[in-house]
Write a protein that binds this ligand. Structure first.
Ligand SMILES: NC(=O)c1ccc[n+]([C@@H]2O[C@H](COP(=O)([O-])OP(=O)(O)OC[C@H]3O[C@@H](n4cnc5c(N)ncnc54)[C@H](O)[C@@H]3O)[C@@H](O)[C@H]2O)c1
Ligand SMILES: CC(C)[C@H](C(=O)O)[C@@H](O)C(=O)O
Ligand SMILES: [Mg+2]
Length: 360
């Protein structure tokens, strides 16, 4: 029996998480596995109900679970709260930090059927398979922040970008290990021409590289990397980078796959791992049954593989998603002429149907 904490959150979170759970239950039935899910409040929904975006009870449930599935947090309703009460700064970041989730794995893969949904030319993206590893508990996100009033009027805002040798080492080591298991290529992305933290980052990478002679390493400056991801994405295999660069580059990479609604993620490094789509709460489409549930469903597949070592079950979900896309089913964000448009629930129905057919 596997114990899973569900944190639907805000916006489209409460629409997509239940759909991902339906897929999980279908897999459980097919493979005779028991998944026990318990739901807790997080983000704006938690603030509205309890006055805090990360209630103690939610944190305790997460710590007592075998894995966590999160939808998304935030939205305009909570944008003007004090920073520590906001869904992002008051809940999501402390949750990642307190659970010790220092590495965020964000794979960007392109199904051949979907390659023409990408704004890039078919051949540039068809069959693409890259893994971006984003450092998740350091950098600008967690450095000291303050405001100062200036004597002449106005204010100064200060952010601090800090990384220690140890923080860089643990995530980069993981990246080398993953590269060894994949295409044996690692690109470390930094801004070593300007930032001191990036110089340290590069030194640590160079030092670790000696332990992984079978991995081909290259360093790339982040501005060039953004350009290279669009120009020739297939040059990459595994990429590793600091927190904010990873945040930005993965939204960019999501477009290679056709939509941000396609990219899952796994945040690992602590006792319990957290799985979430890389997108946000998408307030502009919330409550309309049009959000793409695939990123969250693929996050469930990552959970089965990484937290529970249920490879066959994970692969079954991925095959079902691939197959549904091959059959021409699309949510609005990946819609193309001649394809069949489905809503959030109906896309999940199709994936569950496909899982059932695989079993025949
Ligand atoms: N992990 C998280 O909880 C997380 C991640 C990113 C943003 N956010 C928060 O979400 C809120 C909205 O942020 P944003 O608008 O910048 O980013 P967003 O990712 O929520 O949305 C960006 C665009 O992508 C579309 N989109 C996102 N997910 C989709 C899906 N599954 N299917 C179809 N279309 C989808 C949205 O409709 C929107 O047009 C903000 O409060 C932000 O802080 C939370
Ligand atoms: C909501 C925000 C704090 C978050 C981040 O920047 O980490 C999001 O953009 C993400 O990618 O998970
Ligand atoms: Mg982001």
């Amino acid at each position: 029996m596997y114990k899973i904490a569900l944190l639907p959150g805000d916006g489209i979170g409460p629409e997509i998480v239940p759909q991902a759970v339906r897929v999980l239950k279908a897999v459980g039935q097919r493979f005779d596995r028991e998944f026990q899910c318990e739901t807790a409040l997080i983000g704006g929904a938690a603030y509205d109900a309890t006055g805090h975006p990360l209630p103690e009870e939610t944190l305790r449930l997460c710590q007592a679970s075998d894995a966590i599935i999160l939808g998304a947090v935030g939205g305009p309703k909570w944008d003007n709260l004090e920073p520590h009460l906001r869904p992002e700064r008051g809940a999501l970041l402390p949750l990642r930090k307190q659970l010790g989730l220092y590495a965020n794995l964000r794979p960007a893969t392109v199904n051949f059927a979907l390659a023409d949904a990408s704004p890039l030319k078919y051949d540039l993206v068809a069959g693409l398979d890259i893994l971006i590893i984003r450092e998740l508990t350091g950098g600008l996100y967690f450095g000291e922040k303050r405001r100062e009033d200036l004597p002449g009027g106005g204010q100064k805002a200060v952010e601090t970008l800090e990384y220690s040798t140890e923080e860089v080492e643990r995530v980069v080591r993981l990246a080398f290990t993953m590269a060894q298991k994949r295409g044996k290529k690692l690109t470390s992305v930094d801004k070593a021409n300007v930032l001191e933290s990036s110089r340290l980052w590069r030194e640590v990478v160079e030092e670790l590289a000696k332990e992984y002679p079978d991995v081909e390493l290259n360093h790339m400056l982040v501005d060039n990397c953004a350009m290279q991801l669009v120009r020739h994405p297939k040059q990459f295999d595994v990429m590793v980078t600091e927190n904010m660069f990873g945040d930005i580059l993965t939204d960019l990479a999501s477009q290679l796959t056709g939509s941000i609604g396609m990219l899952p993620s796994a945040s690992i490094g602590g006792q319990v791992a957290l799985y979430e789509p890389i997108h946000g709460s998408a307030p502009d489409i919330a409550g309309k049954n049009i959000a793409n549930p695939i990123a969250t469903i693929l996050s469930v597949a990552m959970m089965l593989r990484i937290s529970f070592q249920l490879e066959e079950e994970a692969a079954a979900i991925e095959r079902a998603v691939d197959s549904v896309l091959q059959q021409g089913y699309r949510t609005g964000d990946i819609m193309q002429p001649g394809k069949i448009r489905l809503g959030t629930v109906e896309m999940t129905d199709a994936i569950i149907r496909e899982l059932g057919e695989q079993a025949q």
